[in-house]
Design a binder for this molecule. Structure first.
Ligand SMILES: [Ca+2]
Ligand SMILES: [Ca+2]
Length: 378
């Protein structure tokens, strides 16, 4: 091994210019470039969780596409961020209000059109709509809601076309809620049946399974060699830069049900990461968990107010380094061109800051920005 490479590997932090692009050394767990993960597809430009949005993410250069998954009434896995169809589809224009129901979703009483009350055939009559204000709305109603099978087929076909492997990063949404309707581990077993058929039951498949809950990942760990990622949430960042933990973003919901007092933040301590390591291959913390910020009195986004969004990112909180010492990957979220960057006004510079700290992957609604951030990282 050339000395130059050795010197690069020996450095604790990201090193630039170690012999050209091919030899760039990253502070990631495996030393490879961090993954750019198309969050709900290229959801910044097209309605989220549609084949069109995933295809756009691949065309923009994403390494992985991310389908969030819920079950239909007839037990089919479809890509939706919530078990409710209201905010991301035109269901209210196609079905009467009598098809709505009221259910407890992670402790919150919710009246909505639930995917679990509709067959796949019914859901296939819906059109996806843009969920976030300020994003292009001209595609509303044009694209169908895809099944997991269709997402897997798309990744394979587009990967073959592009000559590279396109991974998929499925998230099981609201596992406890789903178990209450369909039975314990029904959604987990349905997911594994699809993934094992498509990719095999192997650790190096281009697949990560993610969840905010813990027990379902522990269950999956007994059933699969596929990589598992523990997501770590919070509800907000306080004015002093510390994390705010308020229900339902205070604890994994299965912890709430079981009376386990641990908070999301407890999963990122030394002991918490040791615990996660017993069943998962990595963590997916919300990005403010990873960086220390300071208030230096500068109105960075020039809106006349000093808020959390103006704080300067100072350094790592140590979570990335501690996770890496334990052999855990760190994939963080969500990077958006059109939303608060917690200390950054340039979305590309923001992603680069996290890449330099050593994150193994970034979830972004704008994969092109992530690809460009990586390309110009020095
Ligand atoms: Ca997700
Ligand atoms: Ca400001």
């Amino acid at each position: 091994m050339p000395n130059k490479t050795l010197a690069c590997l020996a450095a604790a932090a990201f090193i630039a210019g170690c012999g050209g692009d091919d030899d760039l050394t990253f502070a990631t767990l495996d030393g490879k470039a961090p993954l750019v993960i198309g969050h709900r597809g290229a959801s910044g430009i097209l309605p989220e969780h549609t084949l069109e949005a995933y295809k756009a993410a691949i065309e923009q250069g994403a390494d992985f596409i991310e389908p969030d998954l819920v079950l239909t009434k007839d037990g089919q896995l479809i890509a939706r961020h919530e078990p409710m169809l209201d905010s991301t589809t035109d269901v209210a224009t196609r079905f009467p209000a009598s098809r709505m129901s009221t259910r407890m979703v992670d402790g919150v009483s919710t009246t909505a059109y639930f995917a679990s009350d509709f067959t796949l055939a019914e859901i296939k009559t819906l059109g996806a709509v843009q969920a976030r204000a300020g994003r292009p709305a001209q595609y509303n109603g044009l694209y169908a809601i895809p099944t997991l099978d269709e997402v897997i087929a798309l990744a394979a076909a587009e990967g073959a076309k592009a000559g590279r492997t396109i991974g998929i990063y499925p998230e099981i949404k609201h596992s406890t809620f789903s178990a209450g309707i369909f039975g314990a581990n029904v959604v987990e077993d349905a997911l594994l049946a699809k993934l094992h058929a498509a990719y095999g039951n192997v650790a190096d498949a281009p697949v990560f399974i993610q969840s905010f809950e813990v027990s379902n990942l522990q269950y999956l760990n007994t059933k699969t060699s596929l990589a598992l990622i523990q997501l770590v949430d919070a509800d907000d960042v306080k004015a002093d830069g510390s994390m705010s933990l308020v229900a339902p973003y205070r604890q994994p919901y299965d912890f709430v049900v079981k009376g386990d007092p641990r908070l999301f933040s407890d999963l990122l301590t030394d002991a918490g990461l040791d615990f996660v390591k017993t069943y998962a291959d990595g963590i997916g913390p919300w990005k403010p968990y990873l960086v220390k910020t300071v208030d230096d009195g500068v109105d960075r986004n020039r809106d006349g107010m000093l808020t959390i969004n103006d704080r300067r990112v100072d350094s790592s909180t140590g979570v990335i380094e501690m996770a890496h010492r334990k052999g855990l990957r760190v994939h963080t979220w969500t990077f958006r061109d059109d939303a608060s960057g917690y200390g950054y006004t340039d979305p590309q510079a923001e992603m680069q800051a996290y890449m330099k700290l050593g994150v193994d992957g970034v979830f972004t609604d704008f994969p092109a920005t992530g690809v460009e951030a990586l390309k110009t990282l020095r």
